[in-house]
Design a protein. Structure first.
Length: 241
């Protein structure tokens, strides 16, 4: 036999498998490299993970620190800024407590945006703010605010707008406090600053006596009518066009 002369290292390894010399490649090596280079499981998750990261993302943060109290913040999105998003958070410390939340469906230019927050502390009392907007700056927007305590008494403010700066807008505001008494203001506007507008105010107490005022606007021209009883200008009555 010539195996020993053909393979000089065969003496170190007795010829148990004479028909398979060591130089023969692994029979399925072509299959192994094909799987590893084209469809290896280690190569697939990177693409899937990047696609998933673009589709769904989220975060959650919480902290407890001296002087800063407890803070929690969470949020997530599906489909990025053009999809659906939600975030919420809150904090509690020696000064009071607060909470905020927001969400969106679609981008700000064409979708719906909403947000709100509340606070409760010794300096500002109890307050609530809320705001929503649909279809961008030329769509519909609404807001509301309430306040109770904190040296400001009780108050509220609401507003709505449709069609942007030159569309239709309306707002109302009221307050009740020791220094300001009770007051109410309303306003309606159509067609921007030079369009059609109307407003009314009422006041009772708070060092200003009792008063009522109404006004209107057409283009650049405006007029108002009002009266006042008590306060600094007692008995004053005023009319202007």
């Amino acid at each position: 036999m010539t195996f020993g002369n053909e393979y000089p290292n065969s003496q170190a390894y007795p010829s148990a498998y004479p028909y398979f010399p060591r130089s023969t490649p692994y029979p399925y090596s072509h299959y192994y490299h094909l799987v590893r280079s084209d469809s290896s499981p280690s190569a697939q998750p990177s693409d899937n993970q990047s696609a998933t990261k673009e589709l769904i993302s989220g975060h959650m943060n919480a902290g407890v620190g001296s002087g800063q109290g407890i803070h929690v913040d969470t949020g997530g999105e599906v489909g990025g800024k053009h999809g659906i998003g939600l975030n919420a958070g809150g904090n509690v410390d020696y000064g009071g407590a607060g909470m905020h939340a927001g969400g969106h469906i679609g981008a700000p230019s064409y979708g719906i945006q909403a947000q709100g927050n509340t606070h409760l502390n010794s300096s500002q009392g109890l307050g609530l703010n809320a705001e929503a907007q649909a279809l961008g700056k030329y769509g519909v927007a609404a807001q509301a605010k309430t306040q109770l305590g904190g040296g400001q008494g009780a108050g509220f403010h609401t507003g709505a707008q449709a069609g942007g700066a030159y569309g239709l807008s309306a707002d109302a505001e009221g307050h009740l406090g020791f220094s300001q008494g009770a007051g109410l203001q309303t306003h309606l506007q159509l067609g921007g600053d030079n369009g059609l507008g109307a407003h009314a105010t009422a006041q009772l107490g708070g060092g200003q006596g009792a008063g009522l005022g109404v006004g209107g606007q057409v283009g650049k021209y405006n007029g108002q009518l009002g009266f006042k009883i008590g306060g600094k200008d007692a008995g004053a009555k005023e009319s202007q066009e």
